[in-house]
Design a binder for this molecule. Structure first.
Ligand code: S3P
Length: 176
């Protein structure tokens, strides 16, 4: 595992992008938001990829670009999409090649954060029934947990505090 390649995982709304940006500033590492990276490379918004080509196609591209980013960057903060842990190959790759941090939040808190229209519209999974979204959240928990080297609760914490806790976690690993 490369401790300088840091991957943030977690459900939609858990703050991966915000925390990733703060952390990249703090450590002076480059920052890659995998969703934005996919949109740039594919020349299309994620909602459009989902509606035109389907979720399976998106998942295949998501794995492909995760591999690309991991190959190209030794020192980086990667914020991943909430479904990255669905494929076993992604879980394995992340765990072996990066230091994985799971940003955990309660379902209701995360959904509340995503209620803003522009946040909601960006995420095709949220078009589904809320009961189904909750099932997806619950089904994914074991994957987030088994993939992570460090699990951090985010409830009631601001990004600065989360970054401090991440730095502590990295130091506890003793390799920074
Ligand atoms: C998804 C999460 C999204 C994005 C896509 C699918 C998911 O990323 O990859 O809409 O399946 O949870 P965020 O977690 O950054 O919202």
């Amino acid at each position: 595992m490369n401790i300088n390649r840091i991957a943030l995982i977690g459900f939609m709304g858990s703050g991966k992008t915000t925390v990733g940006l703060f952390l990249s500033k703090e450590l002076s590492y480059p920052f890659i938001d995998l969703d934005c990276y996919i949109e740039e490379k594919e020349g299309e918004k994620i909602t459009k990829i989902f509606s035109d080509k389907g979720e399976d196609y998106f998942r295949e591209r998501e794995s492909f670009y995760l591999n690309e980013v991991i190959e190209d960057y030794e020192k980086v903060i990667i914020s991943t999409g909430g479904g990255i842990i669905l494929k076993e190959e992604n879980r394995k790759l992340l765990k072996e090649k990066s230091f994985v941090i799971y940003l955990y939040g309660n379902f209701d808190t995360l959904i509340n954060r995503l209620q803003k229209e522009e946040e909601f519209k960006k995420r095709p999974i949220l078009k589904r029934d809320i009961k189904e979204v909750k099932e997806i959240y619950e089904m994914r928990q074991k994957y987030y947990r088994e993939t992570a080297h460090l699990i951090l609760g985010t409830e009631g914490k601001n990004p600065n505090l989360i970054v401090k806790e991440i730095i502590k976690g990295l130091q506890a690993y003793g390799k920074m």
